[in-house]
Design a protein around this ligand. Structure first.
Ligand SMILES: [Mn+2]
Length: 280
């Protein structure tokens, strides 16, 4: 019988008291503007994660030995309630000296987690991976749309560095700090941008990663796919650089919209496992 947790790992590695990392599933979806299904994202990631081989070749170790606890899903009726619940859950995890890994759901789930991190670690920077800037003040008559996630984070943390954006509305321009944006068309030729991007980040970093930052050829399972995204080894190289030069305190992975093809679910799960290994 495979345990019902991230990676399907046995006790004591999946127990809370031994865990360095806590997975927080948030199957919340209310404002998807195109393809729906991100409500099924956390479940699909956890299911696919059970097929990951636990030895990481590049890191030459078994990151799960640090202990990874999978929390029960956070369920809420509305965005403000959900954000509040995620905020409390993540705050508690930080207080317990553990790393929170929040799984969406739509990008709005990142707001509560980023808020908890911004309060507990004053001066922390937000490293934002996304095909979209998500800086609309509101969208479809709500300030809590997935298209406004970063605008809500900016309300309490102005230090946002965005990578891979390649689609936005002209109304978002006043909300972005141009020098902190590494647009899709600027990063695809070579890796020279990586050091420049690193320089924009303070010592402590929280990562919010919308999976549509990746190219739809490897990550077709998102609600709003955009051509020209990052590749697997490209994002791993950059994440590795950041993890070696900054302290990544926690992260979230959002917007997986599972479909028949299971490869993207597995990619998302493996990316999370890779990031856990890099952080620890
Ligand atoms: Mn996006």
């Amino acid at each position: 019988m495979i345990p019902d947790n991230f990676l399907g790992i046995p006790s004591p590695h999946c127990d809370y008291e031994n865990a360095s990392v806590v997975i927080v599933p948030v199957p919340f979806e209310q404002t998807s503007s195109w393809l729906q299904g991100s409500v099924n994202g956390p479940g699909a990631i956890i299911k696919a994660s059970r097929n990951i081989e636990l030895y990481d070749i590049e890191q030459n170790r078994e990151p799960y030995l640090c202990g990874i606890f999978t929390g029960s899903s956070i369920i809420a009726d509305d965005a403000p309630g959900m954000i509040e619940q995620v905020y409390s859950a993540v705050s508690r995890i930080i207080d317990d000296g553990k790393i929170a890994v929040t799984l969406g759901g739509e990008h709005t789930v990142s707001v509560g987690a980023a808020k908890a991190y911004s309060e507990k670690f004053p001066g922390i920077g937000i490293l934002h991976f996304d095909a979209h800037s998500d800086m609309r003040e509101e969208y479809d008559d709500t300030p809590y749309s997935h298209a406004s996630a970063l605008a809500r984070i900016k309300d309490f943390n102005p230090c946002i560095v965005s990578v891979g954006v390649r689609s936005m509305d002209i109304s978002e321009l006043p909300n972005i700090k141009r020098e902190n944006y590494f647009f899709g068309h600027e990063i695809h030729l070579n890796d020279l941008w990586m050091e420049k991007c690193l320089e924009k980040l303070p010592q402590e970093v929280y990562i919010t990663l919308d999976l549509d930052v990746l190219d739809p050829s490897i990550m077709p399972s998102t609600g709003t796919p955009e051509p020209g995204g990052m590749g697997w080894y490209q994002i791993l190289r950059f994440l590795s650089l950041v993890s070696k030069n900054r302290q990544i305190k926690g992260f979230d992975i959002v917007e997986l919209c599972p479909a028949d093809n299971k490869a993207p679910d597995f990619l998302a799960a493996k990316l999370i496992y890779k990031m856990i290994g890099m952080i620890l």
